[in-house]
Design a protein around this ligand. Sequence first.
Ligand SMILES: Cc1cc2nc3c(=O)[nH]c(=O)nc-3n(C[C@H](O)[C@H](O)[C@H](O)COP(=O)(O)OP(=O)(O)OC[C@H]3O[C@@H](n4cnc5c(N)ncnc54)[C@H](O)[C@@H]3O)c2cc1C
Length: 779
Amino acid sequence: MTWPGDTWPGDPFDLPREAALLAAANRTTLASDRRLAGVVAPGSAEELRAVLRAAVRDGLALHPVSTGRNWGYGSRRPHRNGAILVSLAALDAIEDYDEVTGTVVVGPGVTFAALAAFLASRGGRFQPPRTGSSPGSSVVGNIAERGIGKDLYEDMAGHLVGLAVMTADGGLHEVGPMRGPILPPAGPDLRGLFVQGNLGIVLRARIRLALTPPVRQVVAAALPSHGALAAFVEASRAALQIGDPWLRVEIVNAARAVAQDEESPGAPWLAYATVWGKGPEDLALRARTAANLLGRCGTGLEVCAPDDGPPAAPSTTGLHSAYHGKPFAMPDDPDPDRDRCGVLWVTANLRHHGGEVAGITEAFETIMSAHGFAPALSLRAIDGRSLRLVAGLFGDRDRPGDDARATACAEALHALMARNGIPVGRRTSAQEVGQDLDQNPGDARLARALKRALDPDEILAPGRGIPAGPPLPGLPLTFGGPPDDPVLDDLARQMAADLDGLVAGLPEGLARDARAALAAYAGKHPTFFGLYYRPTWSFLARVALPGPAARHRPRLRRLHALTLFLHLWDDHLADGQLAPTLGRIHLRSCAWSAMEDEAAALSRAAGLPDAPWRDAAAAYLEAVGAPPEPADLDAALALARREAALCTIAPGLHAALAGEDAAALARIIEDFAVAWRIVDDLQDIGRDAAAGRRSTVRLALTGAAAGAWDAAGVGDPRALAALAARLGPAVPGLVARAQAALDAARAVAQAHGWRDLAADLAASRVVIPDVAAPDPALR
Ligand SMILES: Cc1cc2nc3c(=O)[nH]c(=O)nc-3n(C[C@H](O)[C@H](O)[C@H](O)COP(=O)(O)OP(=O)(O)OC[C@H]3O[C@@H](n4cnc5c(N)ncnc54)[C@H](O)[C@@H]3O)c2cc1C
């Protein structure tokens, strides 16, 4: 796996060495103010899972692509600024070719060229898909964008049989049949959720291949006017609605033909019908039907000779139009991003209705010409019911003004479509999705509910396909940290070594997985225990163990390291942030029994019964395993105390062995846990509200603010914005409550003469950063 620098997980913005890679990834053929902040290229599902975990931990958005050649729609640029590109090009396996069903399973890195070579090597029974774009682009990427195929592959997504997708929680799901019969089995069909959506990352797709027909013939005619265009669209409807898969219709205007370096048709429009057949008679019949259709509406009918050659292999021919606006010809290795070609597509879904098609194409031509573009248009008939209109804005990004012209023209075309209720077929990544789903509140609510359930942290391509919830960032509160202290740094290292000792006892494969997960959690911290605020463990160094009790120090440290680890591990296994693999569950069991052994041994050494630590462990298990729904804020904070009970076992024993007040040291840990819960919930307001969690913030809200939180939780797209405006009064109250818990802890430490611990707690005051534009909710 290539990390952005060698620092992520941890710090994806530390990228100086990767600047060139990042600059290349950010190249695109259109103006966009969305930029990538980093690039990762996972080489396996496991590596992808680690990327997802790091993204959740760091609150970063991911932008998955297959080969990233989405030229004219934003290339690799994300919908959300600052996202990390996840390139899946390395996953390029071709598997499970099945001649009976005519299907094959491809990874996202499988290009059109690679699949064509594979199918040729298997005898060419099935025709490879191809598009007008690069042979080096991805079959999966094209399907994920609902791309347009050539020849017998028109609607690429229509060839999707099944998918293997990874959701944001790292779960791998097979959606639709990945083997065996290709009919979806009984139950709902979820495949469409992952096409132009942002609910998962596609790791494999099973696609239905088109049989290679023995013979083919092309019939063409010029359409001299918009009237002739309308007549041809009308005339072709019935033939296409019959559902003959061996008939395809494409119409291009003169500007599109010229952009493609083809001869000008000498008429405004040129219509092609391609027919295939089992043999000469079959073909002749179809060709006659096509010729009749075109002859009735067009002029200069041309019936090409039947062609029994192999299907056209994917080639770069279709990319000529990308270079139409450049002062140089298309090179042998075309790359419109590198060559700063201006390409921006506007795609509209139309009814197969002559008058509507003629009207909208005429309006497109007017708008494009007014913006200084040759109005390059093509129409792709699908099934006699729908047509795709694709408008190409071709320019030169090195020519001043071209970018702005293209953006303005695309906006004008989209505005025209919105006025006329014409849906967008494919969006660029230069803008986040929003408006069109918003026009249909039912769709928006359902889509948002799915997004919330599958990607509550909104890490997957936010703004693509399903609109992101209105941003309600968490409040940037934190605890102040005690000044650097080598004693505490050393202690954290020793605790990490204690934990590693446990991991080292696992079988090698499980140990590797556990180490990777712990390292991902540690992120930018030097050790895993850097994740925990210091007052939760600094007592190990701050509260003296006099005389012979000092020999228990390593066991106390190990016990506390285990309880802190279990606290986090259990929490994330329970809420799904950590995929519950057998290895992770096994590690948890080992940690739990090691914790019990240490607690029992230390209790014996302190001359105490086992009951107190066993009660604390039971209280913890109950609070975490079967938490009651807190009725109010006090109940929620009492629950936070019980959840911290496990982490009070070592402090209690430490104090007892030191001849100090066990309950007092345990109380300090609990108070800190209360403050931490509040701060954590304030940091996560947006996420929790969108997920409908009854966090301490929700419990502190009343009236309209509480109503807005609840509405956001059931997917009302406007509720988060309303909540942001109403949060104000609750926040200072919660901050004060967190600070009061810290003050109480400090008072206990002072009363018992634990001066250094009191100093740690004093330094941990709740910090409200001095932000340039202070959030009114904080003041
Ligand atoms: C001159 C020219 C002609 C073109 N002709 C055509 C044409 O005939 N038909 C056509 O369809 N396009 C065409 N294109 C547009 C584009 O180049 C192709 O659609 C190309 O296949 C997309 O790039 P890709 O396959 O590398 O997909 P990617 O860029 O990898 O993916 C496209 C998008 O799909 C999503 N995605 C991709 N992979 C995954 C995944 N594994 N999991 C989740 N989401 C994913 C992402 O949002 C990504 O941005 C043309 C472009 C140009 C410049």
